[in-house]
Ligand binder design. Structure first.
Ligand SMILES: [Zn+2]
Length: 177
């Protein structure tokens, strides 16, 4: 690899600062923790525009009796209100778990520029794991995707939550005997 090549690659990679990615994913993680405290599946999301958070959300489907109340959905609704626009051009969405098909579709409709997710969702992920709705040329918008930042922390939060919920169910079952 030539020096020029190396420099080009460096520039490509430093276009989005990793420091910023870490910072915003940390905020998404905190939101996921808020969801957990309310017994919701711990997923959190933030929308960032020009280096500023303009939308935040965490999973609230059970609380709101709303299957669409995913972290991404709530964060994007807030961001749209903030920008006073239904298109979120030049925005980045950070989320602790790979978006589902509903949310991936929403990101395309919202014209989100870049998606950064922490843990992949190998069962239902729609940003590359099972489907790839955010990078499909048949749709009219494609999204730049990065993943892996804080992946372990975010997936441990999820697996800890499901483990706790399983044991709580077991306990409830036993106490009913
Ligand atoms: Zn979703």
């Amino acid at each position: 690899m030539t020096l020029l090549h190396e420099l080009n690659e460096f520039n490509e990679h430093s276009e989005h600062s990793e420091h910023d990615d870490q910072y915003f994913m940390q905020r998404a993680f905190e939101l996921a923790q808020q969801a957990e405290q309310l017994d919701e599946i711990p997923v959190g999301a933030v929308v960032v525009y020009q280096g500023i958070i303009i939308g935040e959300g965490f999973n609230q489907s059970i609380l709101l009796n709303d299957p669409s109340a995913h972290a991404e959905m709530i964060a994007i609704r807030q961001a749209g209100k903030h920008l006073n626009n239904y298109r979120l051009l030049d925005c980045t969405l950070y989320v602790t778990l790979e978006p589902c098909s509903m949310c991936a579709g929403l990101l395309v409709h919202g014209r989100i520029k870049r998606l950064v997710y922490a843990s992949p969702d190998l069962k239902t992920g729609a940003a590359g794991s099972v489907f790839n709705l955010v990078g499909t040329s048949q749709l009219n918008h494609m999204i730049v995707v990065d993943n892996g930042i804080m992946a372990q922390q975010c997936s441990e939060l999820l697996s800890g939550f499901f483990k706790r919920r399983r044991s709580e169910k077991k306990l409830a079952k036993n106490s009913n005997k």
